[in-house]
Design a protein around this ligand. Structure first.
Ligand code: NAG
Ligand code: NAG
Ligand code: NAG
Ligand code: NAG
Ligand code: NAG
Ligand code: NAG
Ligand code: NAG
Ligand code: NAG
Ligand code: CU
Length: 715
C-alpha cells in the first residue's frame, strides 16, 4: 500500500477515492474439486502445504498454441513479399498510402483438432498465420485479413473467407499505425504549427514545431464512424504541454482533422476550438484572432517546480523516515512451480500461454488435477467512455485494442511490478508499428504468492473434541501489465489450490484530462485551476471457454425465489427461499443481464456427469459490482461494443467466432468488423453444445476488479 501511495499523487489518490470503487467478483465453482478437498482433510493440522497432487504431466510437445517463431514469421514475409500484386513496400519506403504488413500472428487451429491432438494422439494441427495488410495503394484502399500457410513451408496466402467478421475492411476504419503518425507529423502538425504559431506562443508560451524545450504535443481523439457521415474518418486533436506528464497539462486549443483520404497531403483541418469558442476554419479563426474578437488565453509554461504535482517522484516528507524495507516473501524450499516453454505447472494446475500482437495475453488448456477446465481464457477488449463539454472530451471513446495489446506489454520491473524472484518471460511479435520483428522483454511474470490468510480452517473448542485444522492460501499469479498511453492495466490470473481461478484487473497510471471551463462542472472533477478530469467508465470484456468434464456443456441459472407456504409441521404459513433450475436453451437466453431483484447462480454444467447424488458437475461464475451501461445501444460508438449490453453472454462455440471485438472497434461503428451481437442473432440451441462464454465487467474508475472461478459442489 505504501509503495502505491509513494508512486501516486495526492490528486490521483483523491480522484480514485471519489470514484465509485467497485470490486468485481466472478466465481466459478467446479465440482471436480471435491475429491481434492477430501485428500487434504486427511493431512495433519496446521499444515503449511500438505497438498501433494501429482504434477499433471503435460509435456510441452511443441505447443500448438505458441505464438509464431521468428523463423515462421520470416517464412510468411518471404512468401508475401514475393507476391507481386501485393506491392508490399519495404519498411524504409512505407507510408500510409502504400501497401504494408501491419501484424503477423498465429491463426489458432480449430479446437476439435487440438483436442484430438492433445487427448487422443491425433495429428498435429497445421500452423497458419493471420496477417493484416494495409492496402493504401489500391482504390478504394482497404485493410485485408490474410491467411498464410501452412507453416513452415508456405504454399498459399489468401484473404480469409469467414462469415463471422469482415476481412476486407474500409481504410477509414484503420487502426493506429506509425505510418499514420508519420503523416500527421509531416502534414498536420506543421500546418497548424506554422499558421497558428503566433497564437500558440502568445497564449501558451510554447509552440508545436521547432519548439526547443517549450513544446506542445498533440493527442488524438478518434471520432467513431457512428458519429460521422458515411465514408468519413475524422479526429479531434488537442494540445498539451510536453512535460511529465502531458495528459495532465492540456491547453484550450483543439482542431478537427478530416483524415478520410489515404493520402496525408489531402487531410484537411476543418475546425478550430480555442478559448471555449468554435471556429469553422483555421482561416476564420486566424482572422478573428487578428481582429481581436477573441478573449485570448494567457498561460505560462509549467516550470519544473510547478510541474511537480504531475510527476511520479516520491513525495516528501515520507510517512516513515526510517530506511526499513517492506516485507518480502521467500521460498524456503525453492520454487514450487515449473516452467517448460509456454507451459506452467503448479500443484494441481497446468496452463499454456501465448502473446498475440493484436489480442494480447492469452491462456490455453488450463487444467486442474489433470482435467481441462478452460480451453481458452483472455481479455478481448478494453474500452473507455468519456464525458465532457469540450469537443474532444465528449467524443473520447477509446477501444484500446486499436493500439495492439501485445505490443503494450513492456519491461516488467522485478521488485515493484512482480516479486524479485518471479519468473519473467520475453515474447516475440511482428508489428509494423514497432519496426517489424521485435522481442519484448519481461512481458509477463509468474510467481507464487502466500496470501497469509487461511483457505480453510476450523477451530473446535468444545470441551470434548477440540481441534484445529487449517490451510494457508497460497496461489500462483500469472501477471501482465499493459500500458496504453496514460493508463496501466495490471491483469492477474490467480490460481488457487482449491480450483478457483480468479481474474483481477487493477488500474493505475495517469488520468486523461481536459482544459477546465465552468461548463465542465457536471462532467467530472476539477483537479486544478485549468485541469478537469472527465467522468468516464472502463469496460473490460473477457472470453473464457470452459469445459466441464468435456465439451458437452449447458448454461443454467439457479434462480433464488421467495416461497410462502403452509408449514408442514405446524398450522402456520412460513416465508423462506428456494431455487429453481433454469436451463438456458438458446443463444438469446444465453444473454444474461444482471438484475438485483432476481438473484441467480450462474452455472455451466455437464448434464451427463453427475455426483453420486445426481447433481450435474458444474462450474459457477461469480461476479459482483457491475455497473449499468446508460448509453443507447444503437448510438454512435456503442454499436462497436455490442458485448457491453449483457454482463454475461453464452454462445455456441464456433472456431471462426474467435473474438468479441477487433483492432477496428475504435472507428468501425457504422458496420463493425466483428459484431458480437451477430453471434447470438441466429439464436442457436446452446444445450449441451460446445460453448465458450464471454462475460463483461464494467468498472467505474476503480482500483480493482476480480473474477473468480471457484470450486464447490452443493449450493
Ligand atoms: C519444409 O521444407 C524443408 C526443406 O525443403 C523440408 O526439409 C521439410 O521437411 C519441410 N517441412 C514440412 C513440414 O513440409
Ligand atoms: C467462401 O466460403 C464459402 C462457404 O464456404 C464459399 O461458398 C465461397 O465460395 C468462398 N469464397 C471464396 C472467395 O473462397
Ligand atoms: C451483422 O449482422 C448484420 C445484420 O444482419 C449484417 O449487416 C452485418 O454484416 C453483420 N456483421 C458481420 C461482421 O458479420
Ligand atoms: C516564454 O516566456 C519566457 C519568460 O517570460 C520568455 O523569455 C520566452 O521568450 C517565452 N517563450 C515563448 C515561446 O513565448
Ligand atoms: C487530393 O485531392 C484532390 C482534390 O480533392 C485530388 O485532385 C488529388 O488527386 C488528391 N490527391 C491525392 C494524392 O489523392
Ligand atoms: C470576453 O470577456 C468579456 C469580459 O469577461 C465577456 O463579456 C465577453 O462575453 C467575452 N467574450 C467572449 C467571446 O467570450
Ligand atoms: C449425454 O447423455 C445423452 C442422453 O442421456 C446422450 O444422448 C448423449 O450422447 C450424452 N452425451 C455425451 C457427450 O456423453
Ligand atoms: C462472489 O464472490 C464474492 C467474493 O468472494 C462474494 O462476496 C460474493 O458473495 C459472491 N457472489 C455470489 C453471487 O456468489
Ligand atoms: Cu480511468
Amino acid at each position: 500500500m505504501k509503495s502505491w501511495i509513494d508512486n501516486g499523487q495526492k490528486w490521483m489518490w483523491i480522484s480514485v477515492a471519489l470514484a465509485v470503487s467497485t470490486m468485481f467478483f466472478f466465481l466459478i465453482c467446479i465440482s471436480l474439486v471435491f475429491a481434492f478437498v477430501f485428500k487434504d482433510t486427511t493431512s495433519s493440522p496446521i499444515s503449511i502445504e500438505q497438498i501433494n497432487i501429482e504434477q499433471s504431466n503435460i509435456a510441452d510437445k511443441d505447443d500448438v498454441f505458441s505464438q509464431l517463431s521468428f523463423e515462421e514469421i520470416d517464412a510468411v514475409l518471404e512468401y508475401l513479399y514475393a507476391i507481386k500484386d501485393l506491392r508490399l513496400t519495404t519498411p524504409d519506403r512505407t507510408s500510409i498510402e502504400t501497401s504494408f504488413i501491419h501484424t503477423i500472428e498465429l491463426q489458432p487451429p480449430p479446437k476439435e483438432e487440438v483436442l484430438e491432438y492433445l487427448n487422443s494422439n491425433g495429428k498435429k494441427p497445421v500452423r497458419k498465420a493471420k496477417v493484416y495488410i494495409f492496402r493504401g495503394d489500391i482504390d478504394p484502399p482497404l485493410i485485408e485479413e490474410y491467411i498464410v500457410g501452412d507453416l513452415p513451408n508456405v504454399t498459399y496466402a489468401h484473404v480469409a473467407n469467414v462469415s463471422s467478421r469482415h476481412t476486407q475492411i474500409p481504410y477509414i476504419y484503420r487502426p493506429f499505425s506509425s505510418y499514420e503518425f508519420m503523416g500527421i507529423y509531416r502534414h498536420v502538425i506543421p500546418h497548424i504549427g506554422k499558421d497558428a504559431n503566433h497564437v500558440l506562443e502568445e497564449s501558451y508560451n510554447a509552440t508545436a514545431i521547432n519548439c526547443g524545450n517549450r513544446c506542445l504535443r498533440f493527442s488524438m481523439t478518434p471520432i467513431s464512424s457512428g458519429y460521422l457521415e458515411e465514408g468519413k474518418r475524422k479526429a479531434w486533436f488537442w494540445f498539451a504541454y510536453d512535460v511529465e506528464f502531458f495528459t495532465l497539462h492540456p491547453v484550450d486549443f483543439q482542431f478537427l482533422v478530416d483524415m478520410t483520404s489515404a493520402h496525408p497531403s489531402n487531410w484537411t483541418i476543418e475546425k478550430i476550438w480555442y478559448a471555449n469558442q468554435m471556429f469553422p476554419s483555421l482561416h476564420n479563426f486566424l482572422d478573428e484572432y487578428r481582429c481581436g474578437n477573441i478573449n485570448k488565453t494567457r498561460l505560462a509554461f509549467p516550470e519544473p517546480e510547478e510541474n511537480l504535482y504531475s510527476g511520479l517522484h516520491r513525495r516528501e516528507p515520507l510517512f516513515s523516515r526510517s530506511k526499513k524495507r517492506a516485507p518480502v516473501q521467500f521460498e524456503p524450499d525453492g520454487r514450487r512451480f515449473q516452467v517448460s516453454g509456454n507451459t506452467v505447472t503448479y500443484l494441481g494446475w497446468s496452463m499454456r500461454h501465448r502473446m498475440s500482437p493484436t489480442n494480447g495475453f492469452q491462456l490455453f488448456d488450463v487444467r486442474f488435477d489433470g482435467e481441462m477446465i478452460a480451453y481458452e481464457m483472455n481479455l478481448q477488449e478494453v474500452i473507455v467512455l468519456y464525458s465532457g463539454y469540450t469537443p474532444s472530451a465528449r467524443m473520447l471513446n477509446y477501444a484500446d485494442s486499436a493500439g495492439l495489446f501485445g505490443t503494450r506489454h513492456r519491461g516488467l520491473v522485478p521488485g515493484s511490478d512482480c516479486p524479485e524472484d518471479a519468473q519473467f518471460f520475453d515474447v516475440h511479435l511482428y508489428s509494423s508499428n514497432e519496426g517489424g520483428k521485435r522481442t519484448y522483454e519481461n512481458s509477463l511474470c509468474v510467481f507464487e504468492h502466500n496470501t497469509n490468510s487461511p483457505l480453510r480452517r476450523h477451530r473446535a473448542y468444545s470441551r470434548i473434541g477440540a481441534f484445529y485444522a487449517g490451510l494457508v492460501n497460497s496461489v500462483l499469479i500469472v501477471r501482465t501489465i499493459m500500458s496504453v498511453i496514460n493508463y496501466d492495466y495490471v491483469i492477474d490470473y490467480i490460481f488457487h489450490q482449491n480450483g478457483i481461478i480468479e481474474t483481477k484487473v487493477s488500474l493505475t497510471g495517469y488520468l486523461s484530462t481536459s482544459f477546465y471551463f465552468p461548463e465542465e462542472e457536471y462532467y467530472g472533477g476539477h483537479l486544478r485551476e485549468h485541469t478537469q478530469a472527465g467522468l468516464h467508465n472502463h469496460l473490460f470484456h473477457f472470453k473464457v471457454d470452459v469445459d466441464v468434464k468435456g465439451t458437452s456443456n449447458r448454461f443454467e441459472t439457479l434462480d433464488i425465489k421467495p416461497e410462502y407456504k403452509k408449514d408442514p409441521w405446524s398450522d402456520n404459513h412460513h416465508h423462506q427461499t428456494y431455487y429453481e433450475r433454469n436451463l438456458r436453451k438458446t443463444e438469446k437466453e444465453g444473454e444474461y443481464t444482471y438484475n438485483f431483484e432476481t438473484p441467480k447462480y450462474l452455472l455451466i454444467s455437464n448434464n451427463n456427469e453427475t455426483t453420486p447424488e445426481g447433481i450435474p458437475r458444474s462450474i459457477k461464475i461469480n461476479f459482483s459490482g457491475i455497473s449499468k451501461m446508460l448509453l443507447p445501444d444503437d448510438y454512435g460508438f456503442a454499436q462497436s461494443i455490442s458485448w457491453a449490453r449483457h454482463q454475461l453472454t453464452v454462445t455456441k462455440r464456433k472456431d471462426e467466432e474467435e473474438d468479441s471485438s477487433s483492432i477496428f472497434a475504435m472507428w468501425d461503428a457504422k458496420d463493425p468488423v466483428v459484431n458480437f451481437k451477430n453471434y447470438s442473432e441466429d439464436n442457436e440451441n446452446i444445450i449441451d453444445e460446445v460453448m465458450p462464454f464471454e462475460y463483461i465487467m464494467f468498472i467505474d474508475e476503480n482500483r480493482s476488479l476480480t473474477i473468480l472461478f471457484i470450486s464447490l459442489t452443493v449450493f
